[in-house]
Design a protein around this ligand. Structure first.
Ligand code: NAD
Length: 348
């Protein structure tokens, strides 16, 4: 039994990653498409065997309500549109899988959670890293204190961008620059690895004056987070460097370094640890798995078995709250304390 998905937005992620990933899914299938381009709808529907009557324009979005094949709506639109399309999708009686970042403000995230609760529909945020095998292995090693207690994590997610007219460079559409788009991976993955919540952040941001790419959104954000037990997490994200996506977890007697940690494929795990007087270095290889397929099948299982998703709306809300504190810290040039989060383990 496969759960039927409607994909909303036929941009890069949908066309290049999500639709092909359904081929590796066991519990999920694409059954409907929503796009502003009739030509794209026709071409993509033919390619993936989707019925012409299951192709909708944005104006027809609410008609998904009457399509019984659609159980889940997967929202793959610019960030500023996530809240509206999630709320309307839940009101249409569908479960929602929403791309990261969840929205552009904590208030929007709260409204999305409330709308899905009211409609008694599930809401999951597409944090694919939490379904990727290498990241899950490191999480297990961290949680079992394999080489002693974790002391600090260094995390970096950087890439370059070239088109100032793209929605990612418009504050109203993107919500921010490098931080909510790619820095979010450093933030969310650190929380995932440690299983606890930061208590304080201190941040510094930069945008090259006169560069049209960074007129509205930040080019770079560097920030530190304090976690319980004195664990420090040091993150940097940049929109104007060659691709670099890694983290290193430093614990008392060893470290784990995951290269390409946030990439779609190509994770490389290197470790070092003390064994008596010797220092051991290893490359650990496990079988890779399509993260997008794993993520969609997880949500389908939750729908089929009526379970709470591993990365529900509350997970996106918590990241949004932390990002708001990071921006505040960068603006005010001082550390910002975060309120304690109740019920963290509910969504771990
Ligand atoms: P994209 O620009 O390639 O596609 C966006 C789609 O939205 C396009 O088809 C565009 O036509 C449509 N759209 C509808 N209304 C629009 C408007 N007002 N302005 C601009 N576009 C509009 O973007 P993308 O890279 O596919 O990103 C879409 C979402 O997916 C974003 O939220 C992004 O953060 C997220 N994303 C996640 C990952 C991941 O690895 N999980 C990777 C890339 C993108």
């Amino acid at each position: 039994q496969r759960v039927g998905y409607a994909l909303v937005g036929l941009g890069h992620l949908t066309l290049e990653e999500l639709l092909p990933a359904f081929g590796e899914c066991k519990k999920s299938r694409p059954v409907a498409l929503v796009s502003g381009s009739p030509e794209k709808l026709k071409k993509v529907a033919q390619q993936y065997g989707i019925k012409p009557e299951s192709c909708y324009s944005y104006e027809e979005y609410d008609k998904l309500k009457d399509n019984p094949e659609v159980e889940v709506i997967y929202i793959v639109l610019p960030n500023s549109m996530h809240a509206e399309y999630t709320i309307r999708g839940a009101q249409a009686g569908k479960h929602i899988l929403c791309e990261k970042p969840m929205a552009n403000s904590a208030a929007e995230c709260e409204a999305m959670i409330a709308a899905c609760k009211k409609a008694n529909r599930k809401l999951m945020i597409a944090y694919r890293i939490q379904y990727e095998p290498y990241n899950r292995l490191v999480r297990d090693m961290v949680r079992e204190n394999k080489w002693g207690k974790t002391k600090y994590i260094q995390a970096q997610n950087s890439q370059s961008s070239a088109n100032p007219d793209h929605w990612r460079h418009k504050k109203a559409l993107a919500g921010g620059g490098a931080l909510p788009d790619i820095g979010l991976y450093c933030l969310n993955t650190s929380r995932f690895l440690l299983g606890t919540e930061p208590t304080e952040v201190f941040a510094y941001s930069y945008s090259t004056p006169g560069n049209p790419l960074f007129k509205e959104v930040e080019e770079a954000m560097s920030w530190q987070m304090r976690f319980p037990g004195g664990i420090l997490v040091d993150c940097i994200t940049h929109y104007n460097t060659h691709d670099s996506r890694f983290y290193r977890v430093n614990s008392e007697r060893g470290w784990m370094h995951l290269n390409n940690a946030y990439a779609y494929t190509g994770q490389q795990l290197q470790t070092s640890h003390a064994e008596g007087p010797a220092k051991m270095q290893n490359h650990i290889t496990i079988s890779p798995k399509n993260q997008f397929a794993a993520e969609m099948d997880h949500f389908s299982t939750c729908v089929l078995e009526d379970k709470q998703p591993h990365t529900p709306g509350e997970e996106g809300l918590q990241d949004q709250r932390i990002m708001e504190a990071i921006y505040q810290s960068a603006r005010e040039g001082r550390p910002v304390k975060l309120p304690p989060v109740s019920g963290t383990d509910v969504f771990r």
